[in-house]
Design a protein around this ligand. Structure first.
Ligand code: CUA
Length: 182
């Protein structure tokens, strides 16, 4: 059986299970006598505690894996400035501002921490790095008035493409650039 057929089947089974569960809850919610639920406040409190505990566990597992903490203790080997603008990515080893618009070809070393300082000169854009297999490597937002720092270590040398991941106007789908990792 193909993988997508399996996924579809799994979805079907889960959907039926959820519908069944709803049906059971609906049936059981029919009032049999006038007394209603016993201790509703106590039950609601326990439900809240359970929900909060699950959320706390999930957050404590996932938040430390957030990319904002990645390579926080390393000092970057290279700093690359990125300024997004409808519909181009300016890239430079020097800061890019409206008074100092410049762009150059970027080449960074492999297996070293690279820091991208990403901003926008007009509207919100996305800054997404893709490898040569068109797989998303890492990404952040390019926002006017903010500099988002994105650190990454490229283990594979080659050409990397930069694509915009935020709908920013008519030319959004053509907004792309690239750089080299050696
Ligand atoms: Cu820039 Cu979409």
């Amino acid at each position: 059986m193909k993988e997508h057929t399996l996924i579809l089947l799994l979805f079907l089974v889960i959907s039926i299970a959820i519908m069944g569960l709803f049906l059971v809850i609906f049936q059981s919610s029919k009032i049999e006598n006038e007394t209603g639920m016993q201790n509703p406040k106590k039950k609601r409190f326990f439900f809240f505690i359970i929900l909060a505990s699950i959320l706390l566990v999930l957050l404590s597992i996932t938040i430390p894996k957030s990319p904002y903490f990645q390579y926080a203790d390393n000092s970057p080997a290279k700093v690359v400035y990125i300024a997004a603008q409808q519909y181009v990515f300016l890239s430079s080893f020097q800061a890019i501002t409206l008074d100092n618009i410049n762009t150059e070809a970027i080449e960074v070393p492999a297996n070293e921490v690279i820091e991208f300082r990403v901003t926008s000169l007009d509207v919100n854009h996305g800054f997404a790095i893709y490898n040569d297999k068109a797989e998303l490597v890492t990404q952040t937002q390019a926002m006017p008035g903010y500099i988002n720092k994105l650190r990454w270590k490229f283990t594979e040398p080659g050409k990397y493409n930069i694509l915009c991941l935020e709908f920013c106007g008519g030319g959004h789908s053509f907004m792309r650039s690239s750089f080299t990792v050696k």
